[in-house]
Design a protein around this ligand. Structure first.
Ligand code: ADP
Length: 342
């Protein structure tokens, strides 16, 4: 009991200064009002005893509150709560209860975010390993077959070498895209914005792709906007967007045409790349911008796709404060469009 009283009083000693001030004040009043020393001394002693009892009560209350808070914090640390509603403190600590609840919610959402990030990272690593394995195994297979004698067979040797070579091209495309995506996602992609003539810019890219489209008998058209139209953007990155969209349009179109439309709006230039290719099924439309998502894996790989092109396009366009939109109908073709600031 004495020990309890001692610890109660020592806990209440944080209010020691206030207590002493109060005592001095009351003693002064007693001295002023009661002149007789024989009366005032017992009164002061009584006051001291009452003071010690009050200090004991205050201390006991304080220890109880601290224990309550300690137990809540320790339960949070041991992950005993599922939701903040389970955190309950006595009524007069309600302000603190709200603060603890907010802290709990914040910590919970931070942990969930980190766990999601960790899952995404492992998934990405799994995808990367899988994507690397495919061309490496193919190259290994072709080379081993050649070494085991096929090299002397004029019917297959050139074909196997071509296949191995195509796989090294795929591997190098994949590594380049991986470097791009990791630069973008780590925030290391430096953007360099300036105004440039979008008609001249698209015209030069179209020239580069005419022969690639022609090789598949696909016509490539450009419908320019008014002469001299300037847009604001990173020229190199926008070039990468066009290269990806045009390569895809050619890869996934067997016959017909590809059209690039440039339309001037009040504050923006609207750019669309439209093809008459295989199109994208409705259920895949939202997913084609995800890393490594392909509608038809085999076809994508066969034409040297990495599954990262549209994810890179999306990042670049979003860095321009814009959005890439896709419209498509299976069997009829696809249109990818975005706006650039004038
Ligand atoms: P990939 O390297 O596989 O082409 P992308 O990220 O560029 O990867 O595209 C993701 C997927 O979206 C492709 O695998 C393909 O299924 C689909 N896709 C992209 N562009 C087109 C298009 N123009 N026509 C039809 N499908 C397309």
């Amino acid at each position: 009991m004495w020990n309890e009283i001692k610890s109660n009083i020592s806990s209440a000693l944080v209010y020691f200064r206030e207590f002493i001030l109060f005592l001095i004040l009351v003693i002064l009043i007693i001295f002023l009002l009661i002149e007789k020393l024989s009366l005032s001394i017992p009164l002061i002693l009584l006051l001291l005893v009452a003071g010690i009892i009050i200090l004991n009560l205050i201390g006991r209350r304080r220890i109880k509150e601290i224990d309550e808070i300690k137990s809540i914090i320790s339960s949070i640390r041991q992950s005993k709560y599922q939701s903040s509603d389970e955190i309950v403190l006595t009524k007069h600590l309600s302000a603190l209860e709200n603060e603890i609840k907010e802290m709990f919610e914040k910590a919970k959402s931070d942990i969930e975010y980190l766990e999601r990030l960790q899952r995404m990272r492992s998934q990405f690593l799994g995808n990367v390993s899988h994507e690397l394995r495919t061309p490496i195994f193919s190259i290994q297979g072709y080379l081993e077959t050649l070494l085991n004698g096929a090299i002397d067979d004029p019917k297959v040797n050139k074909h196997f070498l071509q296949k191995a070579n195509q796989n090294t091209v795929n591997l190098s495309n994949l590594l380049n895209d991986l470097i791009d995506i990791s630069m973008i996602e780590s925030g290391e992609m430096r953007m360099s914005y300036r105004y440039f003539d979008i008609n001249i810019f698209i015209q030069s890219i179209v020239q580069e792709f005419i022969s690639m489209a022609g090789a598949k008998n696909i016509k490539l058209f450009f419908n320019p906007a008014k002469e001299g139209l300037q847009v604001f953007g990173d020229k190199d990155k926008i070039r990468q967007v066009f290269v990806n969209l045009l390569q895809n349009a050619i890869k996934y179109t067997d016959e017909g045409s590809i059209e690039i439309w440039l339309d001037e709006e009040k504050k923006y230039a609207n750019i669309s790349v439209k093809d008459t290719g295989i199109g994208i099924p409705e259920e895949d439309l939202n997913r084609v911008f995800e890393r490594f998502y392909r509608v038809d894996k085999a076809r994508s790989r066969a034409v040297g796709g990495t599954g990262l092109g549209l994810a890179i396009v999306k990042h670049i366009i979003e860095a321009h404060n814009s959005k890439i939109i896709v419209q498509s109908k299976q069997g009829e073709g696809s249109t990818f469009s975005f706006k650039l600031k004038k």
